[in-house]
Design a protein around this ligand. Sequence first.
Ligand SMILES: C[S@@+](CC[C@H](N)C(=O)[O-])C[C@H]1O[C@@H](n2cnc3c(N)ncnc32)[C@H](O)[C@@H]1O
Length: 350
Amino acid sequence: MNEARVQEFVYQVVNDAAASMSGVMTNIGHKLGLYKAMAGAGAITPKQLAQKTNTKERYVQEWLNNQAAGGYVIYHPTTRAYELPDEHAMVLANSESPVFMSPAFDLISSMWLDEDKTIDAFQTGKGIGWHEHHPRLFCSCEAFFRNGYKTYLTNSWIPALSGVEAKLKAGAKVADLGCGHGASTIIMAQAFPNSTFFGFDYHFDSIATARLRAEAAGVADRVHFEVATAKDYPGNNYDLVCFMDCLHDMGDPVGAAKYTKQVLSKDGTILLVEPYAGKKLEDNLNPIGRMYYASSTAICTPNSLSQEVGLGLGNQAGEERLAQVMSEAGFSHCRRATATPFNLILEVRI
Ligand SMILES: C[S@@+](CC[C@H](N)C(=O)[O-])C[C@H]1O[C@@H](n2cnc3c(N)ncnc32)[C@H](O)[C@@H]1O
């Protein structure tokens, strides 16, 4: 037994415990608008922050101390004021920023709220359907992914597919499978007004919300949301079929891809967006892989195991395994179109 290593590991776990508890604080700061009120305000006292946010000073004081201990805000001892640096405001306060991370914590809270179900799944081997999760998951997932889609989907990922952008500009037919609240569908519809978009998801409540989102965004004329699975969605001759962070969630991804092959136009394209993963497990042993393996254990793999076939790909399947799925479904072409630190973007064609 190496005592120094024990101590070192205790600190590592303390650090994780502090981060987990502070995640609750981050969520509270986000929901109460504390970060938003601090953004661009310079150094601010607890009293001023409480006044700005209609909250109580004593609670705000304690919260700020937690934030300072974590390095989220800077403490100025001489004035006893606290400051949210502009760079941190991009991540915590600016809901339009491509690096806005605050919704991640509400997603994590849904994992805690569903912990009993996950424990039961470990013991029984049963799955947990997306619809069985705490509703916090649905909105936080939408909010967590939306800004990445806003930044990259129409500006980088679609242009990286051969010939697809021109088709969408001219007027194409697009299906967005496992669309959830339809963030990606609506962003595409806003960018390509001549095209028609169909968003499908098996989860009734998500589709109901997606319809409201399309109306609010003023694109309901060209976006249609319907409850359907990836193996029975209506329509054919699609120019583009998108699987946005959902193929690995499906019980039968090969079946979904096979079905898509039948309804895709002859020169159509699949846009497959999946969480970033390296080739080997060893490549994923880092904070991003750690985060993804956790959500895969509690959310993605159980969803897959709740459906027929129950392949359980996991969200760290990686490029080679995803290409294998596509090849088994009869697609001969699968290439990496582009990537970000969080996403792999694959182009799949017949
Ligand atoms: C991680 S969420 C992604 C949602 C959305 N694409 C996004 O990026 O915000 C996965 C989605 O896949 C849907 N889903 C899972 N299995 C499905 C299936 N077999 N057919 C259709 N949708 C499915 C879930 O209901 C959920 O909305």
